[in-house]
Ligand binder design. Structure first.
Ligand SMILES: Nc1ncnc2c1ncn2[C@@H]1O[C@H](COP(=O)(O)OP(=O)(O)OP(=O)(O)O)[C@@H](O)[C@H]1O
Ligand SMILES: [Mg+2]
Length: 322
């Protein structure tokens, strides 16, 4: 697999994913988890995918990590359509370069093995290291994620804090020289006091190593801390997309405003908390959600690179049915 220096690291073109749920009794149910999702991510940058539960964020991550095939559309990595990676060698290379960090820091760590084992394995498999070189590389990888190798190497996962475990997960991605890390709510199970330091580490890996991050979060207000760009998703569609600062300070889509209105920080709280004509917040929220489920049509570029998608039959500023 060759790198193409001119293409984005990752590009999704009109990716859709429909799940068909077949209950034992009754009708088959269709879930349109992704609807024509298009996005781009450059190396050394982060793109936040924000939205409430069920909006399709993790489905984007799982499609990128090839846990399933999209129903339609294309996923390109360094310019190559990953659907066209047919040889086992190309598929392995892709799965090595694209690593996932999960919400639950325990998820990918076998509790029966020490951290040494978790790092040795990828270093042996992907870099062919052994002996002193293997030991040295494992120690360096831990140092790279700001963990003390003397203390950490011989610990079991349960002997570490959640933040330390998440650092080990990032170290494993470094051990295989990942180029893209899909981080799905990587800090939401961590103590509030250490979330920032894990985000700081990811930000450093992004800048110093040119790793691209797909940062999946429900927290629109902190997305800009790591991600240059933000995509707001609802009901499987991207409804707004652009530079994070612009999306947060100048939100255009009624659903983005709704997300921001739930943020306690006054600096990012935006007008539009409720319908101005005395409508309650929850009624207003339901109106916006209902309208935002409709298929998106035209996108409008508000400021350079900042796009808002309009829905069929929706008043773009209030979110009311037109
Ligand atoms: N394997 C699956 N089979 C059936 N439906 C699925 C599957 N995976 C996801 N879905 C559905 O697709 C939709 C999007 O799910 P997804 O997990 O991507 O949401 P999310 O934005 O990550 O939510 P959360 O914030 O709760 O993690 C949901 O309606 C979900 O029930
Ligand atoms: Mg999810």
């Amino acid at each position: 697999m060759t790198d193409d220096n001119f293409s984005p690291l990752l590009e999704l073109k009109n990716v859709s994913k429909t799940f068909l749920l077949k209950p034992l009794f009754g009708q088959e149910k269709r879930v349109d988890a992704l609807r024509n999702v298009s996005l781009k991510l450059e190396a050394g940058r982060a793109l936040a995918i924000v939205g409430e539960s069920g909006s399709g964020k993790s489905t984007v991550g799982r499609a990128v990590t090839r846990l399933f095939q999209p129903t339609s559309g294309n996923i390109l990595f360094a310019g190559r359509d990953i659907g066209g990676l047919t040889t086992a060698a190309d598929q392995m290379t892709y799965l090595r370069m694209v690593q996932m960090v999960f919400q639950d820091p325990f998820a990918a760590l076998n509790p029966a093995h020490r951290i040494r084992h978790h790092l040795f394995r990828p270093l042996i498999l992907h870099q062919g290291l052994k002996g002193d070189a293997l030991e040295a590389a494992a120690r360096q990888t831990l140092a790279d994620v700001e963990l003390d190798p003397n203390v950490t190497l011989d610990k079991y996962p349960h002997e570490l804090s959640g933040g330390q475990r998440q650092r080990v997960n990032l170290a494993r991605a470094l051990a295989v020289d990942a180029r893209l890390i899909v981080a799905d709510e990587p800090t939401s199970m961590l103590d509030v006091s250490i979330r920032r330091s894990v985000l700081d580490l990811m930000r450093r890996l992004k800048l110093e190593r040119g790793i691209g991050f797909l940062y999946i979060t429900h927290d629109i207000a902190t997305a800009h801390y790591i991600a240059e760009d933000t995509a707001v998703m609802f009901a499987g569609q991207i409804v707004e997309y652009g530079p994070s600062a612009s999306v947060i300070r100048n939100p255009q889509h009624p659903y983005t405003r709704l997300l921001l209105s739930a943020v306690p920080d006054p600096a990012v709280r935006i007008a539009g908390r409720s319908g101005e004509q005395g409508q309650s917040f929850s009624t207003h929220a339901e109106t916006v959600r209902d309208a935002s489920r409709r298929p998106v049509g035209q996108s409008v570029e508000v400021t350079p690179g900042h796009f808002v998608f309009h829905h069929i039959d929706m008043n773009p500023s209030t979110g009311e049915a037109a």
